[in-house]
Design a protein around this ligand. Structure first.
Ligand SMILES: [Zn+2]
Length: 334
């Protein structure tokens, strides 16, 4: 469904009270898994603003909205919830490991005694850095040229849609996602050169990520952790041996820092094309039991695929009626 139609239908569900009825009636069964990235204010950021799922106030409201009609379950409760044919539960997840997860989201979750699962890119914590999507946004936003010059990598020239340059950023990111893993480093170097910005300053990377002590503190308060690779490559675009390292090493680091078994993983980027059969084999080999995608919808209690769990992204344009519609009719909205 296109966004405008979704919004109209979501508003109608709200206005007529049908949404409320649907949330109380068993219109769906299973587990609705929501995914967030960053929480807070994105307006003035030079980085990828699409990563912000909600402001802190919106996140607080969303947790309250869920708790009014559903149970929020932890990762430990996922297995039992999926075995129960009558369950209707919601699970909260976060990807990447941004520090605002600790500063903004964790206090809200604690207030409501709600559990969440955080999928960590371990390399970002061990060697603080600016990830490719944020660095591309930074380059496009700080570029002083009149447009992105034509080049073999992005085509072009790409005009800047002022003042936010969001469309230009999307186009440069889309070209990255099509690359073989072996050419991504060259692409970033070419961009830094073509846009005449150089690479993003390192201090940005030092302020972006949670630390291991933060994660240990969260794990003492019913927060769970899972793997999201070491370097955040699109796994389907890299060789099986490289996938083996990304999947195994990230689990080893998490277990070393947290002293607990790690059973869950989320695929970077997360669509159908972001993982392949090698990825699944490696996950099983390294002892993971669950893998989370960005394929939307509800995880059904029956015939579920534990290595391709559906997850619905909460994005910054998800306003109150749309969020309520995701809970009422996830078949259409999630
Ligand atoms: Zn990610």
């Amino acid at each position: 469904m296109v966004m405008q139609k979704k919004q109209m239908l979501a508003d109608a569900l709200d206005r007529t009270g049908c949404g409320k009825l649907l949330r109380l009636a068993p219109s769906w069964r299973g587990v609705l898994i929501l995914n967030y990235h960053r929480i807070g204010e994105s307006r003035h950021s030079l980085l990828d603003r699409n990563l912000w799922s909600a402001t802190t106030e919106e996140f607080d409201q969303q947790i309250r909205m869920i708790m009014r009609d559903f149970d929020i379950i932890s990762l430990a409760e996922l297995g039992p919830a999926l075995k129960n044919r009558r369950s209707r539960a919601v699970m909260i997840t976060f990807d990447d490991g941004y520090v605002d997860n600790y500063i903004e989201a964790f206090p809200v979750l604690k207030t409501y005694n709600a559990s969440a699962t955080f999928f960590i890119t371990t390399g970002f914590l061990d060697v603080p850095q600016v990830p490719w999507w944020d660095e591309i946004a930074w380059m496009v936003r700080t570029c002083r040229l009149p447009h992105i010059p034509a080049n073999p990598w992005t085509g072009g020239p790409i005009p800047f849609d002022e003042p936010d340059r969001e469309q230009a950023i999307r186009r440069v990111l889309a070209a990255y996602k099509l690359l073989e893993g072996s050419s991504t480093a060259e692409y970033m170097a070419v961009l830094a050169d073509a846009l005449q910005t150089g690479r993003a300053p390192l201090h940005i990377g030092h302020e972006l990520w949670m630390t291991w002590p933060m994660i240990r503190e969260m794990s003492q308060s019913r927060m769970f952790f899972g793997g999201h690779t070491v370097n955040h490559p699109i796994l389907a675009n890299i060789a099986p041996e490289a996938q083996d390292f990304e999947i195994g090493e990230c689990r080893r680091r998490l277990m070393q820092e947290l002293s607990q078994p790690i059973t869950a993983f989320s695929y970077p980027v997360g669509g159908e094309a972001s993982f392949n059969m090698h990825t699944r084999d490696m996950l099983k080999k390294h002892g993971y039991e669950w893998a989370f995608t960005f394929i939307g919808g509800v995880v059904p209690n029956r015939r579920l695929d534990p290595f391709a769990l559906q997850r619905a992204a909460v994005e910054s344009d998800v306003n109150r009626p749309l969020f309520r519609a995701m809970l009422s009719l996830p078949q259409l909205f999630a």
